[in-house]
Design a protein around this ligand. Structure first.
Ligand code: ADP
Length: 659
């Protein structure tokens, strides 16, 4: 007989005796026969009750056990025996109840049991993890309660295997987490709404855009952040979609955390289960750029038609005059007058064709050596013949043979000269200067015209861009500088501007004479220094920082190369600060500004960069490019501009982030 059976036997015996005693008391005074009958009936009642109890205890689909106050198992049923991977009850009886508990969950269970036995709890239920005989863990729900009988207070525990439910809950949770992650890496705002249209979920992109947390958005919805002009239409369309269950599509402006509106395309589809719409799944896609481009295109089309129509109208006029006027001299005069308009038309059309060639990547270059100064002299003579007001002063220092596409480089210079004349209506001089600097030709065209504001300076090389002060007063399509930048880039050159509103501008470009890269590398140990004609980098072990000295003219290629070397040395020396000295920079690198902000600075921060001191170049244009780069660097990075090296060094030295 097992210990528990023995215990039950004793309990039964005690019960029988108790009942018998009660009956004796109740039946005293009755006949002996009557009393015996009653006693036997009572004993039978107890026996039946015990059988019922045993049957329920044993045959339950839930694991049952009875435990003593020292948490030892007194009795178990077979369900629990097999649940725990045992063969006989003896493998459990007499053992501590927590022996089969998962180590990570023991403490919680123990605590609840203690509370129960101290009578601080009437009962408890807990979901916990157990480990069976073979070492497999599984989830159970445990319910414990105390009861008292003659043998004192005992614990009764029901154990239910909830592993499957728990696993499917866990899988559901995992899926939800993946779903959330997936929506968070999407560039769009992703959301869901219930069948009545109340927002129930938004992804991180939405929270980041609106600058608030998910709960706020769920409570408030988008109504208040839709542009007032779009809100009415949007709500009507949304209500219609909810009512009819048809997909929702709408374009509206949403206000971001900074208070600015962006255009979004919102789309949502209903999810239909059992013929009923249960939920809406939606996205908001930022289409602000497309919208801006559409507007720009429309504006461009109207400007282009106007620009093309003006010379055409003049041509038509001269043609009519020539047809009406019989005198050969007059006819000749009208034909000559119409010539400049034909040239203008030709220029506009060829600019438009060039832009489509650039876009399609089909701009061809005929590269061969040519005498640069001859090209300058010939071109200047032609441009000079088109103006009586301006004198073009040429300053050339030495002969230079350039390898490149003569026609295209001439086009760049022609654009510089034509602009210098066009945008200086009240001046009478334009100065063109070309000089050879360390195997490069550097060309500048200076005027004393309207100048360009700081804000416009770095945008002029964008397609169709025209500064405000020029757009209305001067003819043009805003394509010349865009084409020039492309041509120079293809020749490994670059361009930049120095300008002051009201005082005039100097447009520069630089080209390597042989058409090849400007970069000449002079040495590196691959770890602590790198020397070249455009950048010298040293690791300063006493100050734990990289010191980068940029030299001379820069272009996208040199900036990208230099930056990647800096990143490599930062990683190798495990340092966190950079002294970035641009004092000797001559040209600009505006093209590299976006690349620097989007790719390079985040990579530097990931590599451990925490402080970046930037000493300005004397070139205003270069300063603007530097400002543009630092506008969007990661927040955790500390950056500052300096006019001199001492202050920059001081700032870096006083950093509290020394490593
Ligand atoms: P366009 O002259 O046909 O508009 P460009 O691409 O040649 O096109 O020039 C773009 C813009 O740059 C001009 O619209 C003007 O605002 C500005 N710009 C160019 N050259 C000068 C200059 N010398 N002085 C002032 N502004 C200039």
């Amino acid at each position: 007989m097992t210990g528990s059976e023995e215990r039950i036997r004793i309990l039964e015996q005690q019960n029988r005796e108790l009942l018998a005693e009660n009956l004796r008391l109740k039946t005293s005074g009755r006949s002996e026969n009557d009393s015996r009958d009653i006693r036997e009936a009572a004993v039978e009642q107890v026996r039946q009750s015990n059988i019922r109890y045993q049957t329920i205890f044993e045959n339950s689909l839930l694991g049952n056990k009875i435990i003593s106050s020292d948490l030892k198992i007194l009795q178990v049923n077979n369900t629990l025996v097999s649940m725990l991977g045992c063969k006989t009850k003896d493998e459990l009886i007499g053992h501590h109840i927590l022996e089969f508990s998962h180590p990570d969950y023991k403490a919680d269970w123990q605590k609840l049991q203690e509370k129960l036995w101290r009578k601080n709890l009437p009962s408890f239920s807990l979901e916990t993890c157990m480990v069976d005989k073979k070492g497999n863990d599984f989830w159970v729900s445990v319910t414990s309660i105390l009861f008292t009988d003659d043998g004192g207070t005992l614990g009764f525990t029901i154990v239910e295997n909830i592993n499957e439910r728990k696993l499917s809950q866990h899988n559901l949770l995992l899926r939800e987490r993946w779903f959330r992650r997936m929506t968070d890496i999407m560039p769009q705002q992703v959301w869901s709404a219930d069948a009545s249209g109340n927002i129930r979920f938004v992804n991180n992109q939405s929270c980041a855009y609106f600058g608030c947390d998910e709960d706020e958005l769920l409570i408030n919805g988008w109504q208040d952040i839709i542009h007032p002009n779009d809100a009415g239409g949007c709500m009507t369309a949304w209500k219609h979609a909810i009512k009819t269950g048809s997909p929702f599509t709408y374009e509206f402006r949403l206000r971001n955390a900074g208070g600015y509106y962006h255009w979004f395309l919102s789309r949502a589809v209903p999810v239909i289960d059992d013929n009923q719409n249960t939920i809406w799944l939606g996205t908001n896609t930022d289409i602000d750029l497309q919208k801006a481009k559409e507007t720009q295109k429309d504006e461009f089309l109207s400007i282009a038609s106007h620009e093309l129509k003006t010379p055409l109208t003049s041509l038509k006029l001269y043609n009519q005059l020539a047809a009406k006027n019989g005198s050969p001299d007059k006819k000749q005069e009208f034909i000559e007058r119409s010539f400049s308009h034909i040239q203008r038309l030709e220029r506009l059309i060829s600019d438009l064709l060039d832009v489509s060639k650039i876009n399609a990547g089909k701009m061809n270059y005929e590269i061969q050596p040519f005498e640069f100064n001859d090209m300058v002299t010939e071109l200047t003579a032609i441009v000079q013949s088109t103006t009586t007001k301006h004198h073009i002063k040429v300053e050339i220092n030495e002969p230079a043979t350039v390898t490149g596409d003569k026609h295209r480089i001439e086009q760049v210079l022609n654009n510089y000269l034509a602009n210098a004349i066009k945008y200086s209506p009240n001046a009478n001089e334009v100065i063109i200067c070309s000089k050879v600097v360390a195997n490069n030709i550097v060309v500048s065209v200076q005027d004393h015209g309207i100048g360009i504001s700081k804000d416009d300076l770095t945008k002029l090389f964008d397609r169709y861009y025209r500064a405000d002060n020029a757009a209305m007063k001067f003819e043009g399509l805003g394509l010349g500088l865009y084409i020039s930048a492309e041509v120079l880039k293809r020749h490994n050159g670059s361009l930049w501007i120095e300008s002051e509103p009201g005082k005039g501008s100097i447009f520069y470009f630089i080209l390597p004479l042989n058409g090849e890269s400007l970069i000449q590398e002079n040495g590196t140990d691959g770890h602590s220094y790198y020397y070249s004609n455009f950048l010298n980098i040293n690791y300063n072990p006493e100050k734990y920082r990289l010191e980068a000295d940029w030299v001379g003219y820069q272009n996208l290629e040199s900036v990208k190369k230099g930056c990647m070397i800096m990143l490599d040395l930062l990683r190798k020396n495990n340092c966190s600060r950079v002294l970035n000295d641009n004092t000797k920079v001559m040209g600009n690198w505006s093209e590299a500004a976006d690349w620097g902000a989007e790719y390079w600075f985040p990579a530097m921060v990931e590599a451990g960069l925490t402080r970046f001191a930037w000493i300005y170049s004397p070139s205003k244009f270069s300063q603007l490019a530097a400002n543009k780069t630092l506008e969007n660097v990661p927040n955790e990075l500390q950056t500052r501009f300096f006019d001199n090296r001492e202050e920059a060094e001081h700032w870096l030295n006083t950093s509290t982030l020394l490593n």
